[in-house]
Ligand binder design. Structure first.
Ligand SMILES: *Cc1c(COP(=O)(O)O)cnc(C)c1O
Length: 461
């Protein structure tokens, strides 16, 4: 089999070991089949060797297809966790490429010619931009919360309002993280109302921290009360324990300046008296996956010294990207242009309507005559637990089957067809319609082109 023409070409692409192993595996499969049915109609025994070769090569090609790949996010959720959250700015990609290639001063102090601190470059930027005394970076915000709790509250109590015992998708739940960090959760107040005196009464010798958690993915409305951050900070200060604020997304700039809903900034949270603030790198910040811990120097020092920090630290690629992204924040006037996450969030309905106009013919061509393709107004979400309630006006292309029967099934089928494109297109299904919110469409030329290539794709199959 290895000596056939087809295999000798495949040998160059996949190497001898992979090809031989796959040929063996495929042969075994055919043996099994022939055992069950010695004279199958679909197999010609005289050319079975060649069939096994071509089958093996097809399996190898499928295996070697790069699995983690770009998609078009037309879900209308800008920071979509399942689709990789924030798109990265060109500056960050360039920085990653530069340090990925070879050696870098990741943990080396070039001035002193000695071992350095891997956080130092990013830390300087976080402090400059937020007014924090010190900062450190870990794998994600979940890790940041875990590390802060483990360092500052192991075997002690952490006071949290009952209204803030959140669950974020993917099993991040405050009570569980607390347990894993070795801290004891002390619930304070009630689901809808928590008062300063509740915190005061909950304080004891065992209390190590007061913690506030941003209610990222829901809002408590109606008859509610919460304790202001400055007041919580004062209560903590009087009890001589730190006040920690987990912002979740957080942001470094006042988003209302860009016409977006207000989200607490790290600077204002620190000003309100938080000793430690934790937030994500790939939510509103618009950078790589990371968890940033910023705040008081002596606390950050303790956090950095925790052996767990070593297990949760980030690599050079993340640090390179994060440094490049943070630098963009030095010029807030150009931020909405340079930072893709903010650029997409601030797109106006008119800009998006223009994209709808540009792409609708290609979509009509792709879906054919069995579907109605219309434009409609829609609402995008920021996503990733930033502002769960406030939505952004946007424009969509809505596709509906003209069939009366099996509407749901046909819509699913069509959605699958879009997902099977070379650059998969991911939308959302609502009430039997396939909806593409075009807020996040940036490379419309490629988007249009692959829709017109549909015939050739189907021909090949
Ligand atoms: C998103 C979020 C987290 C988890 O952050 P990751 O970066 O996804 O690990 C923790 N706390 C809050 C309040 C969040 O919104």
């Amino acid at each position: 089999m290895l000596r056939t023409d087809a295999a000798s070409i495949a040998l160059v692409s996949y190497g001898k070991e992979a090809l031989t192993n796959t040929l063996r595996e495929t042969t075994d499969l055919y043996r099994l089949q022939l055992k069950e049915n010695p004279n199958p109609a679909h197999l010609d025994r005289t050319t079975i060797g060649l069939t096994i070769v071509s089958d093996s090569i097809a399996r190898l090609a499928e295996m070697h297809d790069i699995k983690l790949k770009p998609v078009f996010n037309l879900t209308g959720t800008v920071l979509h966790t399942n689709l990789g959250r924030a798109p990265m700015p060109a500056e960050a990609i360039e920085a990653i490429t530069k340090v990925a290639k070879g050696a870098s001063n990741l943990e080396y102090d070039l001035d002193r010619g000695k071992r350095g601190d891997r956080d130092q470059h990013v830390e300087a930027w976080v402090c400059r931009l937020t007014g924090a005394e010190a900062a450190t970076v870990v794998n994600n915000n979940a890790a940041a919360v875990l590390l802060v709790l483990n360092t500052l509250a192991q075997r002690k109590e952490v006071l949290v309002s009952r209204g803030e015992l959140i669950e974020i998708g993917g099993s991040f739940r405050i009570p569980d993280v607390m347990k894993r960090a070795g801290a004891k959760l002390h619930e304070v107040g009630t689901t809808n109302r928590t008062h300063a005196k509740d915190f005061q009464e909950a304080l004891s010798e065992k209390a190590a921290l007061i913690m506030k958690v941003h209610t990222s993915n829901y809002r408590v409305q109606g008859f509610t009360a919460e304790v202001a951050e400055a007041e919580l900070a004062k209560i903590a200060q009087n009890a001589q324990i730190p006040f920690v604020n987990d912002l979740g997304s957080g942001t470094l700039v006042d988003l209302t300046k860009y016409g977006l809903p207000h989200e607490p900034t790290v600077t204002e949270t620190l000003k309100a008296g938080a000793d430690i603030v934790t937030f994500s790198g790939d939510k509103l910040l618009g950078g790589p996956q990371a968890g940033i811990i910023a705040g008081r120097k002596e606390l950050i020092k303790k956090i950095k010294a925790n052996p767990m920090k070593r297990a949760l630290r980030v690599d050079k690629l993340t640090l390179a990207a994060l440094e490049a992204v943070l630098k963009l924040y030095h010029d807030p006037d150009s931020l909405a242009r340079k930072l893709p996450a903010l650029r997409l969030l601030t797109r106006t309905e008119d800009e998006i309507a223009l994209l709808v106009e540009k792409t609708i013919a290609a979509i009509r061509h792709f879906v054919g005559d069995d579907y109605r393709v219309e434009t409609s107004a829609c609402l995008s979400q920021i996503g990733s637990g930033a502002q769960p309630v406030e939505l952004l006006p946007s424009r969509a292309i809505t596709i509906t089957t003209t069939e009366k029967q099996k509407k749901g099934k046909l819509t699913q089928k069509l959605s699958e067809k879009f997902r099977q494109l070379p650059i998969p297109v991911v939308g959302r299904i609502d009430d039997g319609h396939l909806i593409f919110d075009l807020r996040c469409l940036e490379d419309e030329q490629n988007f249009i082109e692959q829709l017109y290539q549909r015939d050739s794709i189907e021909d090949r199959k």
